[in-house]
Design a protein around this ligand. Structure first.
Ligand code: SI3
Length: 311
């Protein structure tokens, strides 16, 4: 991979939620407002249509509408990686071409899910996407949801291609993360996936992170990234502990996405409810989420100034 790709893509990315209207339809104005809200937070970019973005719960036309709204709003201001993985290879390729036409910086994909595919089928699936555009490609590895274990051999073959610039490592093992970095080499990007382990992932070789909870506290993850880069180990660890208390709280609700979307609404950013079968937030949880929101805002104010340049 060319050196400039590492500097172009390394950093902190919000795995962005999708925004719907009150009837549950993709609402491009709301998508744009959400994307815009991240522009001055210090994040490097956005990861669109991934797990948090519910791409897998949307049809191709809806996914395209989300991508178009994001790119129209923040193209050139934030680096935009579009998740194009769909169950069929044909649809994934269609989404990849669409992302390229609309100016995405890179594409990314999970394996096809449901069928227990052999490695050769997943490789073929990804290869079709890679060959369909000139865009850089980032593997999305999330074995706890897809059931697919990315082998060292497949990662090695993928990383050997010019267009395959990295892997989004949402598995929970920092040992595996470190192995991925070793296999890919210093110029191959590894993004930390579990937000609770951002610091651990960075220490073990991740070049940045992509995460859903960043969406409700982007400045805190940028501050954490900055503390790590400045070698302030104890301060970084203390901040990760504080962030983890927030994440633990968020994970205690029936729906993480519902809770996060409610937090955004408290800040005047409406994104609607998550799509079923992901559960909406319940009104009985509103009060505790108001309290959590205040805690996040207080912590963010406390760390203001540590964000620095784009993380
Ligand atoms: C398993 C899972 O969903 N992991 C999330 C994390 O952001 C996760 O929600 C967070 O660490 C809380 O557990 C991300 O890796 C997913 C992600 O980046 C995405 O939304 O595409």
């Amino acid at each position: 991979m060319a050196e400039n790709n590492l500097s172009k893509f390394a950093g902190v990315y919000v795995a962005m939620y999708s925004a719907y209207d009150e009837g549950g339809k993709v609402d491009q104005a709301r998508v744009r407002k959400l994307a815009r809200s991240y522009v001055n937070t210090g994040v490097k970019g956005l990861y669109v249509g991934g797990s948090s973005g519910e791409g897998i719960l949307q049809n191709a036309e809806e996914r395209k509408r989300v991508v178009e709204a994001v790119l129209e709003e923040v193209k050139g201001e934030l680096t935009v990686i579009v998740h194009v993985g769909a169950n069929s290879t044909t649809e994934s390729v269609e989404l990849a071409r669409h992302a390229e036409q609309h100016g995405a910086d890179a594409i990314s994909a999970v394996p096809s899910i449901y069928y227990r595919l052999p490695e050769s089928a997943v490789e073929t699936h990804w290869q079709h996407m890679i060959d369909s555009t000139w865009l850089p490609f980032i593997i999305y590895h999330i074995p706890q949801t897809t059931g697919f274990q990315l082998s060292a051999a497949l990662l090695g073959r993928m990383a050997g291609q010019e267009k395959v610039i990295g892997v989004k490592m949402s598995g929970e093992s920092t040992f595996e993360l470190q192995q991925f970095k070793e296999i890919g080499g210093p110029d191959f990007l590894v993004f930390n996936g579990p937000d609770e382990q951002f610091l651990a992932g960075r220490i073990m070789g991740a070049d940045g992170g992509i995460g859903g909870t960043y969406g409700v506290m982007p400045e805190l993850f940028c501050a954490l990234n900055r503390l790590y880069e400045q070698g302030q180990r104890e301060e970084a660890q203390a901040l990760q502990v504080k962030i983890n208390r927030i994440i633990k709280n968020l994970l205690s609700y029936p729906s993480l996405y519902g809770a996060c979307k409610y937090l955004l609404s408290l800040r005047g950013i409406e994104t609607g409810q998550p799509r079923l079968p992901l559960l909406p937030v319940q009104s009985s949880h509103h009060d505790s989420l108001v309290t959590l929101n205040s805690e996040i805002e207080e912590l963010t104010a406390q760390y203001a100034g540590s964000y620095g340049e784009k993380s």
